[in-house]
Structure formats: structure tokens, C-alpha cells
Design a binder for this molecule. Structure first.
Ligand code: 4NP
Length: 159
């Protein structure tokens, strides 16, 4: 079993979008019994809430249903449980570094590092902007999800 955790600040925009997109890819490849997905926020303001309505709407337009997801806060134990802890931006990365137990640092990555052709290093926070920001998040996340899947299939012999 390979476990993947997507992390942003609030866990209501970027990381649930990434979870929904990657979960869909896992299902399409018939790997749901081998790859587990989850998401979390470094902050606790939105714990228990469903993804932002704008994120849900943008995702739905591309066929992803985020409605069952609920926000939670990332915790040190996540590094023990998850093989991949994927930060959406540098600030998330740095906050995650500060709660990572010794010996688990190699599980932390910038999510977009799985797309070598990505025009961005960070997934920009769409929370304070318009609908286009949510669409752009989906563009970046769809590409990086493909690269992440290749990485998992290669390193864990999942097929
Ligand atoms: P996310 O977006 O980190 O992609 O979920 C945000 C959600 C909420 C806030 C900031 C970013 N906020 O300040 O409440």
C-alpha cells in the first residue's frame, strides 16, 4: 500500500483539488486497492469544512467530485503514516519541515516537482482571487498528478 498526502494552507482549495484529481487517476488505473490518498492543511481555520465552493465548481467542470472531502490539519504523525507528503507551496513546505519527525524528511516534496515541465514551482493560492485561479490550479495539478503516478509506479512496482 502506498499512501499519498496533499498539503496546502487551509485544506479547502488546492490540496482537496489535488486529492480529487489524483484519486480520479488512481481509480481510472484500477489502483484504488494499492494507493490511498488524503489531504490536510497546515492551518486549522477550516477543519471539518467541505472544499471551497469555487474549488468544487471548477473541479466538477472537469469531472472531479470533491464534495465528500473534509478539511483537517496536518500533524507530525502524518510523516510516519504517508509515503509522500506533498506541499503545494514553499510556505507549506517550510511549515511541514518544522513538524516533520527526525528521519522522515525524505517523504516531503514540493508537489509540482513531479512535473518537470511545470511553468510553476508552487501551486498559487486561489483563495483571494477569481475563478481563473481555480482553473489554473487544476491545470497544474493534473500535470503533476501524471508525474506522481509514474514515480509511484516506478518506485513501488504498483501496476
Ligand atoms: P488553500 O487556500 O490553502 O488552497 O486551501 C486557502 C484557504 C483559506 C485561506 C487561505 C488559503 N484562509 O486564509 O482562510
Amino acid at each position: 500500500m502506498v499512501k499519498v498526502l496533499f498539503v496546502c494552507l487551509g485544506n479547502i482549495c488546492r490540496s482537496p483539488t489535488a486529492e480529487g484529481v489524483f484519486r480520479d487517476l488512481v481509480e481510472k488505473k484500477g489502483l484504488s486497492s494499492q494507493i490511498i490518498t488524503d489531504s490536510a492543511g497546515t492551518g486549522d481555520w477550516h477543519v471539518g469544512k467541505a472544499p471551497d465552493g469555487r474549488a468544487q465548481k471548477a473541479a466538477k467542470t472537469r469531472g472531479y467530485d470533491l464534495s465528500d472531502l473534509r478539511a483537517r490539519q496536518a500533524k507530525p504523525k502524518d510523516f510516519v503514516e504517508f509515503d509522500y507528503v506533498l506541499a503545494m507551496d514553499r510556505s507549506n513546505y517550510s511549515n511541514l519541515q518544522s513538524i516533520c519527525p527526525a528521519g522522515y524528511e525524505d517523504r516531503l516534496h514540493m508537489f509540482l516537482s513531479f512535473d518537470p515541465d511545470s511553468p510553476e514551482v508552487e501551486v498559487p493560492d486561489p483563495y483571494f482571487g477569481g475563478p481563473a485561479g481555480f482553473d489554473y490550479v487544476l491545470d497544474l495539478v493534473e500535470e503533476a498528478s501524471e508525474g506522481l503516478m509514474q514515480d509511484i509506479q516506478r518506485d513501488y512496482q504498483v501496476s
